[in-house]
Design a protein around this ligand. Sequence first.
Ligand code: 3PG
Length: 388
Amino acid sequence: MLDLVRLSDLDIKGKRVLIREDLNVPLKDGRVASNARVKAVLPTIEYVVSKGAKVILMSHLGRPTEGISIERQREFSLAPVARELSNLGSLRVRLEPNYLNGFEFEDNEIVLLENVRVNAGEKSNDDNLARKLAILCDVYVMDAFATSHRAHASTEGVARYAPIACAGPLLLKELKALEEARHNPAKPVIAIVGGSKVSTKLSILSALSQQVDGLIVGGGIANTFLAASGKQIGKSLFEPEMEDIAKKILEEDRICLPVDVLVSSSLEDSTKNVVKDVDEISPEDRILDIGPLSISKNREWLKGAKTIIWNGPLGVFEIPDFSRGTSELAASIKESDAFSLAGGGDTLAAIEKFGGADGISYVSTGGGAFLELLEGKALPAVLALERQ
Ligand code: 3PG
């Protein structure tokens, strides 16, 4: 493990402590739909408060347009997260929309900065933006393991300009657990990767597919593989520009693709839901879950596994009609004797929905970061914390 400056090594009494967390949680009707990532950050906040320091939190939420004010894209506001933090931790959390040129701080309040991804220059890791963030604090704490694979101004740049930059307890816990799992995992290793972030994950899969013994795919990832293997996928979520990468991965012959799927032409009207063989999909269909044969096939693949890695749902699991592929997968993982690792925002929400984490060996807050670390990639926001 890298030699990192740790929050626990520092005397932070009376200091302004800026903590980067990953509070990128699913929302529904203006409320937090799964609070696993919110719960995960509470120990860090409580620690900093207990040491007599002032807490400033920052996070992104979703993928808003940079440079456009939050008033014009309210669906990306962290307001529901501020409320959830206040409710869960009995903390007084205030959401601060205008902070780049400083802001007032009251005693005993925790300030959550509004979504950092609306700031122009966040994703390009702009130096000026990183400096403006760094100036807000005496100590910068990187605790957002789930965003540590992004070299953004609020994750990597700020660490270079802050007076002191250190690793927070959640980040350290995740790095330790996943590094241990990465070295000499019991074989065979089966990974399951689903979800909708096709471009992020497919690039990771090219490398990961060579390290695992089998790769089960679902969601938008599976649709892209089906399209790359010449199947009609109708109006299903997929990314055509990723088809070439998908074709290359398919050549390795380690991929478990769905053989049947649940399609519908409407998310609301369940009379339109039909199970179809992957060769029978029509141009009007939308794939929303895997079918029963694919569920059995996945179960067979998982039977012999000694290590299971799971990131991303296999269908639109938030809607009961399209949740079976993911709920059955969660059940198979829990029944298995294999060492199992699961991670990612939607995966956490699915685990919570389908009976909790009992039976899963380690649950990580990270999705893309979790896959990149397991693949052996360096995480830029962690490298920036290395002791000089
Ligand atoms: C995640 O959910 O994996 C992290 O919050 C990172 O989100 P991103 O893929 O939009 O950078």
